[in-house]
Design a protein around this ligand. Structure first.
Ligand SMILES: [Ca+2]
Ligand SMILES: [Ca+2]
Ligand SMILES: [Ca+2]
Ligand SMILES: [Ca+2]
Length: 259
C-alpha cells in the first residue's frame, strides 16, 4: 500500500517516516563574527563550526535566515524557505565558511540566524523544530555553543569616498590656499551635511596628522576650506562613520611653503 492511496478510515495506516541521524548527541553550532559591519554591496563571510564534546563534526549542512533586517532577500522573518539554504557544509574539524551576500542595497542592522540543518531541507519554521530554525528567536548575545542555533548581528552601511585637492602645491609663508573635495556615496544622505575633518602633518619628524579644521559638506557632498600655512605640510580629509554610512579618508596632498 502507498501512503494516501486508500481512503481513510480503513483497517491500517501507512505513513512515511524519515529518521534523522546525522547530528551526533550534544552537537552545538557557533558562527562568527558575532557582530560585524559590512558595506551594503559587500559579501560577508562567517566561520561556522559544529562540534560536541568529542570534537568537530563534519558533513553538516548549515542554513540561515535574515530576520527582516537590512539586506534581507525576502524582507521577512516569517516562516517559509530559508533565505540561505545549505550555505555551507562542515568539513573535517567541523568548520565551514558561510557567505552572506548583499541584497536590496539597504543599510541598517540585521539579525541573521544560522542553524544546523539536521533534516537536510530548505525550510525555515519560526517557532518550529530547531533543525528548521525554530530557535531563531534567541538573542544575539545568547551564550555561545548552547544549542544548534546561533544568531549574529550584521550592520550594513553605505560605502563612502572622500576626495581632496589643494588649490596650490607651493605657497609663500602665510599665503592662503584652498583645500576642497567631495564626499561620494550611492546614498545622497551620506554625502550632504556631513562633518569633514581636515588634518595635517607638518614636514619633519615622525608622521603625525593633527586636526586643524572641520567643516560640513553642502547639498552635493562638496566641501572647501582655506589655510595660511607657515610650514610645509601634508594634508588629508576624513569623514567619520554614522549608523548607516561608512567612514572614509582621502589620500594626502603636500603643500610646500617657500621661505
Ligand atoms: Ca557566535
Ligand atoms: Ca528573511
Ligand atoms: Ca538546508
Ligand atoms: Ca531543516
Amino acid at each position: 500500500t502507498t501512503p494516501g492511496d486508500t481512503p481513510e478510515p480503513d483497517g491500517t495506516d501507512v505513513a512515511t517516516q524519515r529518521w534523522f541521524g546525522n547530528l551526533p548527541a550534544g552537537a552545538k553550532l557557533d558562527c562568527n563574527p558575532e557582530t560585524a559591519t559590512s558595506t551594503t554591496a559587500a559579501t560577508r563571510a562567517y566561520d561556522c563550526n559544529v562540534s560536541n564534546s568529542t570534537g568537530g563534526i563534519s558533513g553538516i549542512k548549515i542554513d540561515a535566515e535574515n530576520l527582516g533586517g537590512a539586506g534581507d532577500p525576502d524582507n521577512s522573518a516569517a516562516t517559509g524557505e530559508a533565505d540561505y539554504n545549505d550555505g555551507c557544509t562542515t568539513a573535517d574539524g567541523g568548520s565551514c565558511s558561510f557567505s552572506i551576500g548583499p541584497s536590496g542595497g539597504d543599510a541598517g542592522p540585521a539579525n541573521i540566524c544560522f542553524w544546523a540543518d539536521e533534516d537536510v531541507d530548505n525550510s525555515y519554521d519560526n517557532g518550529g523544530r530547531e533543525n528548521d530554525g525554530g530557535k531563531c528567536s534567541e538573542p544575539v548575545g545568547a551564550a555561545e555553543r548552547d544549542n544548534e542555533t546561533d544568531v549574529v548581528l550584521l550592520t550594513r552601511k553605505f560605502a563612502r569616498t572622500i576626495s581632496l585637492k589643494t588649490g596650490k602645491t607651493t605657497v609663500a609663508r602665510g599665503e592662503s590656499f584652498t583645500l576642497k573635495g567631495k564626499v561620494g556615496s550611492s546614498s545622497a544622505a551620506c554625502e550632504s551635511g556631513q562633518r569633514v575633518t581636515l588634518r595635517r602633518d607638518v614636514a619633519g619628524g615622525a608622521a603625525s596628522f593633527v586636526v586643524f579644521k572641520t567643516t560640513t559638506t553642502g547639498a552635493l557632498g562638496g566641501y572647501k576650506v582655506t589655510a595660511k600655512p607657515l610650514k610645509t605640510a601634508s594634508y588629508r580629509a576624513s569623514v567619520g562613520k554614522s549608523p548607516t554610512c561608512s567612514a572614509a579618508t582621502s589620500g594626502t596632498k603636500k603643500v610646500t611653503v617657500r621661505n
